[in-house]
Write a protein that binds this ligand. Structure first.
Ligand SMILES: *[C@@H]1O[C@H](CO)[C@@H](O)[C@H](O)[C@H]1NC(C)=O
Ligand SMILES: *[C@@H]1O[C@H](CO)[C@@H](O)[C@H](O)[C@H]1NC(C)=O
Ligand SMILES: *[C@@H]1O[C@H](CO)[C@@H](O)[C@H](O)[C@H]1NC(C)=O
Ligand SMILES: *[C@@H]1O[C@H](CO)[C@@H](O)[C@H](O)[C@H]1NC(C)=O
Ligand SMILES: *[C@@H]1O[C@H](CO)[C@@H](O)[C@H](O)[C@H]1NC(C)=O
Ligand SMILES: *[C@@H]1O[C@H](CO)[C@@H](O)[C@H](O)[C@H]1NC(C)=O
Length: 732
């Protein structure tokens, strides 16, 4: 009995990466051999189930020899690994997976002959993470995995009470350890992560050679965001043509922290309509060192996002041809005619590998036969301030084999401006952008549209984004939502089964931000340091509607922050400045920026500031307690740690007045600007019933339950058992 207790706890410690003493006393590559046999716990079970599965897999491969001891080096999985991602930069850790409605199967290939760790969490560290550790025993080639978790306050893996990961196979060759295993998406175990639709931080760690079974500290580790449950876009069987829309040798000066560059491109001259069915980023950024651009692996590319817009060009093709031959323009000072390039057709953001559209839809190209024009907008986020020579862009894949539907992208959410304020020190601060019922009623066809997929876009402090759908006074299920948003990973999300969106329905993009680490308010804007809240919606059939946004009306905005009057400009005038932010002609001269002059002013370095500069220029007259303060200073000095204050502001801006914009593809208004209340509707009650109901297993390793009475007891027991384990190993 006593022995059993000890051995069981040793198994728990196997997940502990910080046990150097273990390492000295046990020969590398060896586990206390009788550990498995003696304890009635996981190892035993795993070996058993492994043999079972091994033979099952071997049976499936009748053409191969059946082996008593499974020689996995000749094993190739029967599974088609639908997904494959490098978890690290170098490709030392490759994760492949395939999933069904209830389970997910992984293949982990890692450049190590020690252990390999994989984990899932919403934050990129081990605390509270679901972990699984696998290795191949050097002596007998047997693979093992252990289901572990990271305690809340310590960076070490501890074995789960219930083992929910099933080993399928594993082997090692001269360089790599490969393990395949499976688990339920929801294991109903509080020590495991529920794998769902949201983005998950996938953690990885590589143990040093010979560390199978003992887990000294890893040699390398990291994490990357991924969405595990997303449909694969089928590889095209027909040959595709491609059109590379890219800048050539644009020099980005080191003092431009944010730069928007726009350039017009002439589409390929096509005799008939084609369909764009996908696009991929072309990232080519060369840091300039000692005056010379050096070839690089793009790991420091400042390209943050790129959008390709279709232009509704006028009769004067000559001017468009001239523009297409030019190098392009700094965003804020681009020619006003470019405003007609308003319909997005491809939106790429950092972390995405590009998109292929669902099979039934394509975006028309060369529709009228002949040339059409497109505008590429590249946002450089050069906060590291390097000189860079850039030739990035988008590769557009198109085909003459037309698909069933002509699709288009619709931009929705909060109009990008400094009026989108997110207070600091907030755990869950929500803002909202409305695409009004009036707008969809005027611009959509009688039969409505079908939404196919959505790209949700915000910056670094966003944690959740939801695209809501309201019909009449009832909220329908979310069109799309992400509850663990990571701005480094922006891939569009297919709407399963599509969504019928009718004329007169309302779209609401809601963003939730976590600014607990910030001390100053964040204002809306294009810079990666500012925030956004947008959705790019792919739908069919194509309509004229291209953009549908809202923002807080200026008067309500300033009054919410307690300001009644500024020097020099009344609220109407301030509002006009915000509304004209597309063309900066009406702005005070000090806000105009010329990229070529490279002003040393901080605002200029941050590029197109969408009114942030104006916030610093506006000086308060009323109320007298804020007299002679700039609005920005006032905002910075508000007592943001007061929950009553921030709740009030959040509520007032969320549920208050919204100024709505309804833009057509040629930049004309689908409907005049309106100021309206937040729509009244009954919220969708979160459908708890549809979630898998879990009987949480409370099975614990018997000895632990018997002997320990809480966490403190656990710690002491561990150190005692450690000694016993060592002496056991030493006497072997
Ligand atoms: C493990 O224990 C069994 C009895 O339970 C014994 O026969 C065997 O020799 C032991 N193996 C090792 C490697 O000590
Ligand atoms: C890419 O280049 C950077 C430095 O330019 C280097 O630190 C990094 O290791 C390189 N990565 C790869 C995969 O070569
Ligand atoms: C070892 O295995 C890894 C992962 O399966 C594979 O990529 C690599 O090519 C293999 N190396 C050799 C020498 O077979
Ligand atoms: C761009 O710059 C690179 C490196 O300086 C040079 O090799 C290339 O010819 C340039 N391309 C064009 C189109 O000017
Ligand atoms: C704001 O100022 C403009 C220009 O002086 C004036 O025409 C307008 O009536 C003023 N609006 C309000 C609401 O006072
Ligand atoms: C506020 O500024 C105005 C002019 O900018 C000045 O005349 C006035 O004295 C200042 N008031 C205070 C209280 O500083």
């Amino acid at each position: 009995m006593q022995l059993q207790l000890v051995l069981t706890l040793c198994v728990i410690l196997l997940c502990d990466a910080k046990l150097p003493r273990f390492r000295q006393l046990i020969q590398p590559n060896e586990l206390p051999a009788n550990l498995t046999q003696n304890s009635q716990t996981l190892r035993h079970r795993q070996t058993e189930s492994k043999n079972e599965k091994t033979s099952r897999i071997a049976d499936q491969y009748r053409q191969r020899h059946r082996r008593d001891v499974f020689d996995s080096t000749s094993y190739e999985s029967s599974l088609i690994w639908a997904h494959s991602e490098r978890l690290d930069q170098n490709g030392d850790v490759v994760l492949r997976w395939v999933y069904s409605d209830s389970s997910i199967t992984f293949r982990l290939e890692a450049r190590t002959l020690g252990y390999v760790g994989l984990g899932f969490n919403t934050v990129g560290n081990m605390r509270g993470a679901d972990l699984v550790v696998g290795w191949v025993d050097d002596r007998n080639g047997n693979a093992q995995i252990v289901d572990c978790h990271g305690p809340e306050h310590e960076d070490l893996p501890v074995a789960d009470d219930v083992q929910n990961y099933e080993l399928i196979s594993g082997y090692q060759n001269a360089t790599h350890t490969t393990v395949e295993f499976r688990r339920q998406l929801n294991t109903c175990d509080r020590q495991d992560f529920v794998i769902g639709e949201d983005t998950v931080q996938v953690l990885w760690a590589l143990g040093p050679e010979g560390s199978d079974g003992q887990l000294p500290k890893h040699m390398k580790s990291g994490s990357r965001p991924l969405r595990l449950l997303q449909p694969v876009s089928k590889p095209e069987t027909i040959p595709l043509k491609h059109w590379d829309v890219r800048l050539t040798n644009l020099t980005i000066p080191h003092d431009m922290a944010t730069l928007f560059w726009c350039k017009i491109f002439k589409a390929p001259d096509l005799p008939k309509k084609h369909h764009i069915i996908g696009y991929q980023p072309l990232i080519d950024s060369r840091p300039i060192k000692n005056g010379k651009p050096v070839a690089d692996n793009n790991s420091f590319s400042p390209v943050h996002h790129m959008v390709l817009y279709e232009c509704a060009e006028d009769e004067d093709k000559h001017l468009w041809n001239v523009w297409a031959d030019s190098d392009g323009y700094f965003g804020p000072i681009r020619p006003s005619g470019w405003a007609t390039c308003a319909r997005p057709i491809a939106a790429w953001a950092i972390g995405s590998q590009g998109e292929f559209l669902p099979e039934s839809v394509g975006i028309p190209l060369g529709e009228d036969g002949g040339v059409s024009f497109y505008m590429l907008e590249v946002h450089y986020d050069n906060q590291a301030l390097h000189d860079v020579l850039d030739s990035s862009g988008i590769r557009v894949h198109y085909t003459p084999a037309l698909r069933q539907h002509d699709a288009a992208l619709l931009g929705a959410g909060i109009g990008v401006s400094a009026l989108h304020v997110i207070p600091p020190k907030q755990r869950r601060y929500r803002t909202v952008g409305i695409c009004s019922s009036e707008c969809t009623d005027t611009t959509l066809p009688d039969e409505g549209i079908n939404i196919v997929s959505v790209l949700l876009h915000a910056h670094g402090t966003a944690r959740k984004i939801a695209l809501k759908h309201v019909r009449g006074t009832q909220e329908l299920p979310r069109i799309s939502e992400e509850n663990s948003y990571d701005a480094r990973y922006q891939q569009s999300r297919v709407v399963p089964g599509g969504r019928k969106f009718k004329r007169g329905d309302t779209l609401i993009t809601e963003c939730t931000y976590d600014t607990t680490s910030r001390t100053k308010p964040i204002l809306g804007g294009y810079s990666a340091k500012q925030e956004m809240c947008l959705s790019f919606i792919l739908y069919y059939p194509r309509t004229e509607l291209a953009g549908c946004y809202s923002m807080t009306p200026v008067k309500e905005f300033f009054e919410t922050f307690g300001v009644k009057k500024f020097y020099g400009l009344n609220f109407t005038q301030v509002e006009n400045i915000f509304l004209s932010s597309g063309s900066l002609e009406n702005l005070p001269p000090q806000l105009e920026i010329d990229v070529k002059q490279r002003s040393t002013d901080e605002t200029a370095k941050q590029g197109d500031d969408q009114g942030v500069g104006l916030m610093k220029e506006l000086v308060i007259v009323e109320p007298s307690e804020f007299l002679n303060k700039s609005f920005m200073d006032h905002l910075n000095e508000m007592p943001w740690e007061e929950p009553l204050l921030t709740e009030q502001i959040e509520k007032s801006l969320y549920n208050g007045m919204h100024m709505t914009f309804c833009k057509k593809r040629d930049d004309s208004w689908g409907m005049p600007i309106q100021i309206q209340n937040y729509p009244a509707y009954s919220e969708l009650t979160t459908n708890e019933a549809s979630e898998k109901s879990c009987n949480y297993k409370s099975v614990r390793l018997p000895s632990v339950t018997k002997s320990s009475t809480g966490a403190a007891a656990h710690t002491t027991l561990s150190s005692i058992t450690l000694l016993v384990c060592i002496s056991l190993a030493a006497t072997r």
